[in-house]
Design a binder for this molecule. Structure first.
Ligand code: SF4
Length: 328
């Protein structure tokens, strides 16, 4: 008779082989990508156009937090906004009246020039008080870590406190302070991680600032990359479902934690390393989340995709992934 432990051992072997295949696929995807060329199609490209750290922080904060909707529209709107602000956003934000005048009439979705001017003025004040946004965030993280039950919760509370500080400094309403009838732009410009959402735009901003400089991310802030969480947009969500990183149908903070925990198996010190490659592949591939020989052609994760390998049995896409718009 076969010992009962043999099937278990075979299951563990198969699991290990699958993880090895996923890691090889993710590393291959990143190695093949022309990062410079793809950066030109990404809002992070704006940040690289500035030399001074203070300007880079402000441009990153604004570009990431306006990353709502179609990536081409985002880039057009951010380019217009930065053109109005002038060569040094930090210097521009020192002159509040002039900045408001320069951004008068600018609009992207629910956000107006006034909302962005308030954000820039608030962020600039925090830069002057703490030396940099990075120093302010590092302080918020140290404070949050003292009482948070986990590192992920520490990150969430630090992000929330950091955003509250920017809001107060710039005159944007705190979450819960605006009335139903108020315009949504001022309160939504910075998301509220305490509310349970995925805070994708804030996590994207953090990735740009924290991950080691690699031509995409800038490595400006003194925070270990292992503390980052994945900014889960519609593309990352679909791919994460298709690779088995999460079964969750929502794009929530819990989903970001699950996806990041899965990716930490492949790089524990830098789990968001694959974010840029996966997101850009998702944008190009327009994944159908089902086995489709035409649309799956050329997909970089096809060898390890559950939908592709499972064929018809795994062909039902997660509800949230199919109902959300394409975003940057
Ligand atoms: S193989 Fe097809 S279903 Fe799977 S991730 Fe790629 S495009 Fe999506």
């Amino acid at each position: 008779m076969r010992p009962a432990s043999q099937p278990r051992a075979r299951g563990a072997e198969a699991e290990a082989a699958r993880h090895a295949a996923i890691k090889a696929t993710l590393d291959g995807l990143r190695a093949r990508e022309d990062l410079r060329a793809r950066r030109g199609a990404d809002p992070v490209d704006f940040v690289h156009r500035y030399a001074r750290r203070a300007d880079r922080e402000l441009v990153a904060l604004v570009s990431a937090n306006l990353a709502f909707g179609n990536v081409k529209a985002i880039r057009m709107k951010v380019a217009d906004l930065l053109g109005r602000v002038g060569p040094s956003p930090a210097r521009a934000a020192d002159d509040e009246a002039r900045l408001h005048a320069a951004l008068d009439g600018w609009k992207h979705r629910v956000f107006t020039g006034e909302d962005v001017a308030r954000l820039l003025v608030g962020a600039r004040r925090v830069q002057r008080e703490d030396g940099s946004l990075g120093a302010a965030f590092a302080r918020a993280l140290r404070d949050a870590d003292r009482t948070a039950p986990s590192e992920h919760e520490g990150l969430r509370e630090a992000l929330a406190a950091f955003c509250d500080r920017l809001r107060v400094a710039g005159g944007l309403p705190l979450p819960g302070q605006s009335k139903r009838s108020d315009r949504r732009g001022p309160v939504n410009l910075l998301s509220n991680p305490r509310a349970g959402g995925g805070a994708k735009r804030l996590l994207l901003f953090l990735r740009w600032m924290v991950r080691p400089a690699d031509g995409i991310d800038l490595g400006l802030w003194p925070i270990p990359a292992r503390r980052l969480l994945m900014p889960v947009d519609v593309h990352i969500h679909k791919l994460s479902n298709n690779l088995g990183f999460t079964k969750r149908a929502d794009v929530s903070w819990r989903t970001a934690v699950e996806v990041t925990t899965a990716l930490a198996r492949y790089d524990a010190e830098d789990p968001t390393r694959y974010d840029f490659s996966l997101c850009h592949m998702g944008m190009l591939q327009r994944c159908p989340s089902r086995r489709d020989p035409v649309r799956c052609e050329g997909c970089g994760v096809k060898p390890v995709c559950i939908r592709w390998r499972g064929g018809a049995r795994a062909s039902t896409p997660p509800a949230a992934a199919t109902s959300r718009k394409r975003t940057a």
